[in-house]
Design a protein around this ligand. Structure first.
Ligand SMILES: C[S@@+](CC[C@H](N)C(=O)[O-])C[C@H]1O[C@@H](n2cnc3c(N)ncnc32)[C@H](O)[C@@H]1O
Length: 217
């Protein structure tokens, strides 16, 4: 699934970085799951239950719908350019998952309602269908919920991977308070391993366990 900041191209690399921190872990927690690129692979490779959450209600509704009925064609309307615009302008008339379907799947680069991928409707319909069927399988063993990261319960036997909005990068709705997040990491890392993806870190406080110089985040 295309998603702003999505880790699909490097998810294997990320999951391999997480593995040495598993110790006796009983749960994998991902509080900024986005498109679940990492969480879905983790659910196959880590051998422990995976809990993924995000605070974007349309994204979470879409992921839950992919998981539950992503393979039922009749639940997924075709989104023409006109319908895309109608949904964007009249969100109160639509289910959250349909808003997510139009806003993420039919937008360039998976940027929420950025602009409709309308060049060739048949080609787009084929691609988004393939993608939703893939997501239906990918998400089979992922527990998905709508939550702010600071509402996520963290236990001693968890391993946590965070991929928050990056500093000085635009594209997500709302402002992200990085200072508050860093403080949350400080506190929670006394409980269990917390791994974070970022462009910039204060290396007096964080240990760098891997760097990826790649145009894909
Ligand atoms: C860099 S993206 C994560 C991309 C994800 N790793 C992937 O592969 O698709 C950051 C995510 O953080 C979410 N987010 C922003 N603020 C949040 C908050 N306060 N609590 C939980 N999620 C938040 C955004 O909705 C977005 O999905």
């Amino acid at each position: 699934m295309r998603y702003l900041g999505g880790k699909w191209k490097i998810r294997k690399w990320v999951v391999d970085k997480i593995k040495p921190f598993l110790f006796n872990s009983s749960r994998y927690i991902e509080p900024f799951c986005g498109s679940c690129a990492v969480a879905s692979l983790a659910s196959r490779e880590l051998g422990i239950p995976v809990y993924a959450s995000d605070n974007n209600r349309y994204l979470i509704a879409l992921l839950k719908a992919f998981k539950e009925f992503g393979d039922c064609d009749e639940m997924w309307p075709q989104i023409t350019r006109d319908r895309f615009i109608h949904i964007r302008e009249n969100k109160e008339l639509y289910d959250d998952y349909i808003i997510g379907w139009a806003g993420f799947s039919y937008s360039f680069g998976g940027r929420f309602f950025h602009s409709h991928r309308f060049n060739d409707q048949n080609d787009i319909d084929r691609r988004v269908k393939n993608n939703r069927i893939k997501m239906h399988k990918e998400l089979r063993h992922v527990n998905i919920s709508l939550m702010d990261y600071d509402e996520v319960e963290i236990k001693k036997t968890d391993v946590v991977y965070c991929d928050p909005p990056y500093k000085n990068k635009s594209g997500y709705s709302g402002e992200f308070n990085h200072a508050k997040f860093n403080e949350w990491v400080r506190v929670k890392s006394n409980i269990c391993p917390i791994l974070v993806s970022e462009y910039e870190f204060n290396l007096d406080e964080f240990i760098c366990i891997g760097e990826k110089k790649n145009r894909f985040q």
